[in-house]
Design a protein around this ligand. Structure first.
Ligand code: BGC
Length: 712
């Protein structure tokens, strides 16, 4: 593609279209010049290719493999897993004609309650960077681009569309930007997705310091920066700041702002041209025709189980595991049959098939029909369900559901050996840890988690996962817990001390530390020896089973290198890790805390729940929420089935998203079904200005037809 020629030939109207998305997941084609459209799709741990054009909600997508989520894959400490998963997802992308995958998500887990922690890798920037980079390389090696998200400091959900992450430059650079920097420099992602939130008062979508000065100039990123869906605020300011593509687009107002800005000179043509150039380069590279060969779904299902088995963490074991097959088993907990294997939200996949622990035990012919009194071992399958953990809102506490805790207690009261099998994407308190014999954490293991679980329980596979985040004793031990997720201003008072950096330094006891994970065999590690930037240690399998182990190198208490190895009984291997030199400029620790914005009058940036302050606002709020309520009611009528589960998830997610939306973000997400003048009308009405509100509704925003409509 002769990009310079296209740049000369594109009209300003076509340029304004090229930098805006369309039909929810596509870029705008320019048929006159033969510029094709690119198709994007979530991401990150499997494909959510919506059926047809437009937004069909999260439950209507093509069947695809649901791989373990990042909370699981990070715990494998094996980047080969995310690389192989990336390759497999890319094959599915190629089959469905998807050109860019919206993932991986590499934000740090600042607080265990963040609703999206299941989609993120770790509390440690190095581990998150290495695992994310391997996924990027895997996907891109097959000719599909990625969008690394959500750039940056997107660490909570309750105020996701308007939140202001307030942190010192040192905290931002030494911690939160690190995974992105690592991935940009090592894996060259095609695109980066900017986050919804503000950083120190400036929205990421128009943050020149973030997008231009750091991402492009300091790190040398030369791909496309797109918005998260609906993260646009001021279109002209965003172009000037280095933001190329507005998603999902079809917002007349953004094209209007561009055309007006160019006409009156307030938006330099060079800024628009630069964005067009970045987008054209991306289209040129990735707009390839769909692959007709169907992926090997069965092989991907098997791969999902292999990865899940390498991720699971054996948190505790007094010898009850592995099972020898002779036990008289009783099974409790509804997750045995209704395994939770993926998260809720935009990453939700319509799986090609699902193998639960029940399916897997039945396939092995395991008998588990003993009662709690007749039996000698009890397996309890518990964990977080979708009501408790989802994109769109943060969790309210760090506990397992009460009924599940009560169930575990009842099982322990029998005096039998109790094994707890845990599912879920984030940390929970484990008050029962001292009472049970073993805890096997499967995280969200993907669609074939049942197979992995059975193999681990019966010892065909040896657990080798290590925690990628600390498991504190209780939520009150978490730094900054008092204020997390409670207001628009999210203040990072703990600075660089998150996760193990905090617990170790302040000697706060934890349930299970970062890096912890048991095995059915035993290992010894020699001390690390140093030769310049290279460190070595010898690991020996001193037990009687084949198993995986992770050599972890901490310098000054910080993870600087690691390597996972697999050893036969008696085998030794010397691991060598080369540490990347760190330049250590001194950044400011200063924290500038602004005032909370007033809740009244309602503005375009108000959280939707704030509309409820006024009579008319309440009517509008209820009208908007009724969409989700209707979907939920319809789902409830369906018979118990995966379809019902998916529809319920979809409806619950929609409710969360609607509650946390602002009038502006809703209009920026909904395209022509909620134009910007409607959002303005909502605000006027909610503030009691009925005539002004009515005027807004009647004043539509005029823009030229899109190039694809011209063609028709
Ligand atoms: C999420 C992104 C996702 C996008 C498209 C947004 O709401 O934050 O992670 O990629 O939707 O579905």
């Amino acid at each position: 593609m002769d990009i310079q020629k296209y740049k000369r030939e594109l009209t300003v109207e076509e340029k304004a279209a090229l930098v805006s998305g369309t039909a929810f997941m596509y870029t705008n084609p320019i048929p006159r010049l033969g510029i094709p459209s690119l198709c994007m799709s979530d991401g990150p741990h499997g494909l959510r290719k919506q059926i047809g054009e437009g937004d069909n909600g999260i439950s209507q997508s093509e069947p695809a493999t649901a791989f373990p989520t990042a909370a699981a894959t990070a715990s494998s400490w094996n980047p080969e897993n995310t690389r192989r998963m990336g390759e497999a997802i890319a094959e599915e992308c190629r089959y469905y004609g998807v050109h860019t995958l919206l993932g991986p998500g590499v934000n740090l887990k600042r607080n265990p309650l963040c609703g999206r922690n299941f989609e993120y890798f770790s509390e440690d920037p190095y581990l998150a960077g290495v695992m994310g980079a391997a996924e990027v390389e895997g996907v891109q090696s097959k000719g599909v681009g990625v969008s690394v998200k959500h750039f940056a400091l997107n660490n909570s959900e309750n105020f996701r569309f308007m939140g202001n992450s307030i942190a010192s430059e040192r905290t931002i650079r030494e911690l939160y930007l690190r995974p992105f920097e690592y991935i940009v420099k090592h894996a060259k992602p095609a695109t980066v997705m900017c986050a919804y939130n503000q950083i120190n008062g400036v929205y990421c979508s128009e943050n020149k310091w973030l997008l231009n000065d750091i991402l492009r100039k300091e790190w040398g990123f030369d791909g496309v920066v797109m918005t998260d869906w609906g993260a646009m605020h001021d279109r002209a300011a965003s172009l000037k700041a280095g933001l190329d593509l507005e998603m999902p687009g079809d917002t007349a107002v953004c094209r209007r702002w561009i055309l007006d800005g160019i006409a009156d000179g307030s938006l330099p043509m060079e800024a628009l041209d630069k964005a067009c150039e970045n987008i054209l380069r991306w289209v040129d590279r990735y707009a390839i025709p769909a692959d007709e060969t169907e992926p090997d779904w069965k092989a991907h299902h098997t791969l999902a189980a292999e990865i899940a088995a390498d991720c699971a963490v054996l948190m505790k074991n007094d010898g009850v595991l592995p099972l020898n097959g002779q036990e008289k088993l009783h099974i409790a907990g509804k997750l045995f049959e209704h395994m939770r294997y993926q998260g809720a939200g935009s990453s939700m996949i319509n799986p090609t098939m699902v193998t639960t622990p029940k399916d897997a035990l039945d396939a092995r012919g395991v008998k588990y029909d003993c009662s709690p009194d007749e039996c000698d071992t009890i397996l309890v399958f518990v964990g977080l369900t979708d009501e408790y953990e989802s994109e769109g809102s943060d969790r309210e506490n760090m506990r397992l559901p009460d009924d599940q805790l009560a169930l575990i207690d009842r099982m322990c009261d029998t005096g039998k050996k109790v094994v707890v099998v845990l599912f879920g994407g984030s940390v929970v308190e484990l008050p029962f840890a001292d009472r049970v014999g073993a805890i096997l954490n499967m995280f969200l293991p993907g669609q074939n988690g049942g197979t992995a679980c059975a193999k681990l329980l019966f010892g065909d596979e040896n657990p080798s996962g290590k925690l990628a985040e600390t498991w504190p004793l209780r939520y009150e031990d978490v730094p900054g817990h008092e204020s997390f997720g409670k207001s628009v201003n999210e203040i990072y008072t703990e600075g660089t001390e998150i996760g193990y950096r905090y617990y170790n330094r302040h000697k706060v006891p934890v349930r299970y530390p970062f890096g912890h994970g048991l095995s059915y065999t035993t290992f010894t590690h020699t001390e690390w020896t140093q030769d310049g930037d290279t460190y070595s240690q010898t690991v020996t399998n001193t037990g009687s089973r084949f198993g995986g182990e992770v050599a972890q190198l901490y310098i000054d208490g910080v993870l600087r290198g690691f390597q996972k190895i697999y050893l036969a009984p008696g085998e030794s291997r010397t691991v060598t890790v080369t540490v990347e030199p760190e330049d250590k400029p001194v950044y400011s620790d200063e924290l500038v805390i602004p005032q909370e914005p007033p809740k009244y009058p309602v503005t375009l940036e108000s959280r939707f729940t704030d509309l409820k302050q006024t009579f008319m606002g309440r009517i509008l709020f209820n009208a908007v929420l009724s969409v989700a309520a209707k979907q939920e009611k319809e789902a409830q009528k369906l018979p118990d089935s995966p379809e019902r589960d998916n529809k319920m998830k979809g409806a619950q997610f929609l409710r969360r998203i609607l509650e946390s939306n602002s009038p502006r973000s809703m209009s920026m997400t909904a395209g022509s079904s909620m134009p910007y003048n409607f959002a303005q009308g909502f605000v006027e009405l909610a503030n009691g200005h009925y005539i002004r509100g009515a005027k807004c509704f009647m004043t539509s925003i005029k823009v030229p037809k899109l190039p694809k409509e011209e063609q028709k």
